[in-house]
Design a protein around this ligand. Structure first.
Ligand code: C2E
Ligand code: MG
Ligand code: MG
Ligand code: MG
Length: 281
């Protein structure tokens, strides 16, 4: 009986794996199509970041979105890993910067100049070396955008790559600022804060979630803020969902808040409305 059970289990796993492979192949084919077709379902959502004390918008994070032809949305948590595995992330990364420039031109027509636009870089993009920096510069200057207000977000795990230090230096030398995304969840040492000129730390939402009640998270968050302050690094809190969290973070010296409490990620036309609404109320 044990043998039969083992066989069943193996069969179950292989079906699971088959399903996963089929699903990934579908995602890959869909993404390839979507990158080629400019009117396709890939777009960028912008999530506001506000100054903790004044609650004025100080920037946005660009978050990729994909609505398939059948109207269903696939989350980046699902398709980014596939894009990384297949190398498509390189093309997506290039597409992203161009898309953002077009959106910025649209905002400009509505009288909006964002002080900062943060763009996620995946670890796989780092492994290709400094080409990503050159390509981003070319696209931005092609659209007449200056590089200073663009920030690239990198996770700690991406810093382990042997190319990381060259790539970070190239970003810095080109005039971009750097943020460490999901701070506190990776495996690298804190030494990079000194080595690379990191301008911003983003405290991962897992530490923000149970503020202010959870004593351990409260201790971690306030210690991170103190450390960053001492090093002259800006702190962004991610995943701020309640006013109680916002108040705790502000009291403890966090510079910037990001999360549903402040604003959801939204398409460019909604962001325009959001910003205009903020200034008139
Ligand atoms: P991330 O860069 O850490 O982005 C923050 C994620 O938290 C986003 O999920 C955002 O929608 C979500 N979020 C924001 N505020 C709240 C909140 O108050 N509560 C909760 N529960 N969640 C909140 P999203 O858009 O699904 O993106 C997931 C991840 O996918 C991102 O994590 C990033 O690592 C990756 N990603 C997204 N867009 C891109 C992109 O354009 N390029 C690359 N390479 N990766 C991207
Ligand atoms: Mg991010
Ligand atoms: Mg994050
Ligand atoms: Mg994340």
């Amino acid at each position: 009986a044990a043998k039969a059970q083992g066989k069943n289990r193996a069969q179950f796993f292989s079906e699971e794996i088959n399903r996963k492979i089929r699903n990934d192949l579908q995602i890959e084919a869909g993404l390839r199509q979507a990158i080629k077709d400019p009117g396709s379902g890939l777009y960028v959502a912008y999530q506001p970041q506000v100054c903790a004390t004044t609650r004025e918008i100080v920037g946005v994070e660009a978050l990729i979105r994909w609505r398939q032809d059948d109207g269903k949305s696939v989350s980046p948590g699902e398709f980014i890993p596939v894009a990384e595995k297949t190398g498509l992330i390189i093309e997506i990364g290039a597409w992203l910067v161009g898309r953002i420039c077009r959106d910025l031109a649209h905002m400009r027509q509505s009288g909006i100049e964002l002080p900062k636009i943060a763009i996620n870089v995946s670890p796989k993009e780092m492994t290709r070396g400094t080409a990503i920096v050159g390509n981003a510069c070319l696209t931005l200057t092609g659209f007449g955008e200056s590089v200073e207000r663009f920030q690239f977000e990198i996770t700690e795990n991406a810093l382990i790559d042997e190319n990381a230090s060259d790539v970070l230096k190239a970003f810095h030398d080109a005039g971009f600022t750097l943020a460490i995304d999901d701070f506190g969840t990776g495996y690298s040492s804190l030494g990079y804060l000194k080595r690379f000129r990191v301008s911003t730390l983003k405290i991962d939402q897992q530490f923000v979630q149970s503020l202010p009640g959870d004593n351990e998270d409260a201790t971690i968050v306030s210690a991170v803020i103190q450390m960053a302050q001492a090093l002259g690094i800006t702190v962004v809190a991610e995943g701020v969902e309640t006013e109680a969290q916002a108040a705790f973070l502000t009291e403890h010296g966090c510079d910037i808040l990001q999360g549903y409490h402040v604003g959801r990620p939204m398409p460019v036309h909604e962001l325009v409305t959001f910003i205009h609404g903020q200034h008139t109320t």
